[in-house]
Ligand binder design. Structure first.
Ligand SMILES: *Cc1c(COP(=O)(O)O)cnc(C)c1O
Length: 421
């Protein structure tokens, strides 16, 4: 199936007389005829459902659709994008381990890594995604367990050279984890470029309607955990909390990572997506290919308008000729980048705030990447925890305005910007 067809049909195939639409299985628990039946599920001897904190059929249908879109081997939904980022790293790291992450990642991910996960004893090095090969190489330590980056950084819109990062990670026997939220699998499939694990905040384009917070983790099934067995004992040695199962042995390379994240992390941390949210997410996924195309068309027109207006100081959109990431965008995002543009108006930070207060079609919202056009000043909101030098490393200048171009009529969006300028 092509991408467009997968958006509609992948993940769930109704049988004879069964519901056409993915059913909402709103049940915490599942009934079995004998204790022995259920015991086999607890032993991971048979697959099946017993408690929705670990797995729920509605969530699994939707995860399977995202898995097919990304070209992965297994996937799971999480309660939020933050939970997906946390699980993706924590599934293979513990106290004493080290992770290298792009410095240009979403502010929430940066705080999760730099504050909360440091408190758990995990060390992070943040590197400029445009660093030289030597600088990237120098960031690796003997206890490094993963490399983490975003396909298109939110909000700096830096396009990651995924292939280069994958090579560096693999040379050190660790997986590359990619947050593909802004590109979506419609515009980029990081696994095709060597990424091992892909995560999403499904809250953004995938849901696309401001309706449901959620996340997803997709495993490529390609990373050989046994080849770096000493680095990943959680996957390559017996799990005492599951009767001595060795995940990579029992579930193979295609299933080990997601099974462990479900059986251990979901069991213990319970960051589960509700079946109703998964149902809403699926509605969004069904039109993802149509919406992404429109987001990109509109954003390209808006970026051109801004670039040609004298009152605008600078515009950053990787599809604009002369943009620093133009060539990387052509390589990794040939069909379109995303609907998000960043720019600065003349007059700096104060002019930015005044300009934003005059917008009517574009709404001020912390949200981004959905059907409604919205606008945000990161330095005073999502990134306000960061110091000036951290902001600079994340590619966020104090005057940066993040405009998330929706799928309204583009003339209305441009008129609104003209008016506010
Ligand atoms: C929003 C976002 C997240 C966090 O997702 P939530 O669903 O809000 O928890 C992670 N990564 C990126 C790139 C995001 O834009």
């Amino acid at each position: 199936m092509k991408r467009e067809t997968k958006c509609i049909q992948a993940g769930y195939t109704p049988g004879n007389g069964e519901p056409r639409m993915i059913p909402i299985i709103q049940s915490t628990t599942f009934k079995y005829d004998t204790s022995e039946n259920m015991g086999k599920l607890f032993d991971l001897e048979e697959s099946g459902y017993f408690y929705s904190r670990l797995q729920n059929p509605t969530c699994d249908y939707v995860a399977a659709k995202i898995c097919a879109l990304e070209g992965g081997s297994a996937a799971m939904l999480t309660a939020s994008g933050q939970a997906a980022s946390f699980f993706s790293v924590f599934n293979i790291c513990g106290a004493g381990d080290h992770v290298i992450a792009s410095s240009a990642i979403y502010g929430g991910t940066y705080n999760l890594f730099n504050v909360t996960m440091r408190r758990m004893g995990i060390d992070f090095t943040f590197i400029d995604p445009d660093c030289s090969d030597d600088e990237l190489e120098a960031a690796f330590k003997p206890n490094t367990k993963a490399l983490f980056g975003e396909t298109i950084a939110n909000p700096a819109l830096k396009v990651l050279d995924i292939e280069r990062f994958a090579k560096a990670a693999h040379a050190h026997g660790v997986p590359l984890i990619i947050d593909n939220t802004f590109a979506t699998p419609i515009n980029c499939r990081p696994i095709e470029w060597g990424a091992d694990i892909v995560i999403h905040s499904t809250t953004k384009y995938m849901d696309g309607h401001d309706a449901a917070v959620g996340g997803c983790i997709v495993d490529s099934g390609k990373f050989d955990w046994f080849a770096s067995a000493d680095k990943f004992p959680g996957l390559t040695t017996p799990d005492d909390s599951y009767h001595g199962i060795t995940y990579a042995e029992k579930f193979g390379l295609g299933g080990a990572y997601i099974t462990k994240a479900t059986a251990q992390l979901m069991r213990d941390l319970g960051s589960v997506q509700s079946p109703v949210n998964a149902y809403l997410l699926n509605l969004g996924l069904e039109s993802l290919h149509v919406r992404m195309q429109r987001h990109c068309e509109n954003a390209e027109k808006v970026a051109e308008f801004l670039e040609n207006d004298d009152r605008v100081e600078w515009v950053n959109y990787p599809r604009l000729k002369g943009n620093r990431y133009y060539d990387l965008a052509q390589k990794y995002l040939p069909d379109g980048v995303c609907g998000v543009i960043s720019f600065g108006v003349k007059g700096g930070r104060r002019a930015a705030e005044k300009f934003m207060s005059k917008l009517k079609v574009a709404m001020i919202a912390t949200h981004v990447a959905d059907a409604h056009t919205c606008v945000l000043h990161p330095a005073s909101s999502t990134h306000r925890q960061m110091s000036d030098s951290e902001l600079e490393a994340a590619g966020v200048s104090p005057d940066l305005i993040r405009l998330s171009v929706g799928i309204e009529n583009v003339d209305d969006i441009i008129d609104d910007l003209k008016n506010a300028l």
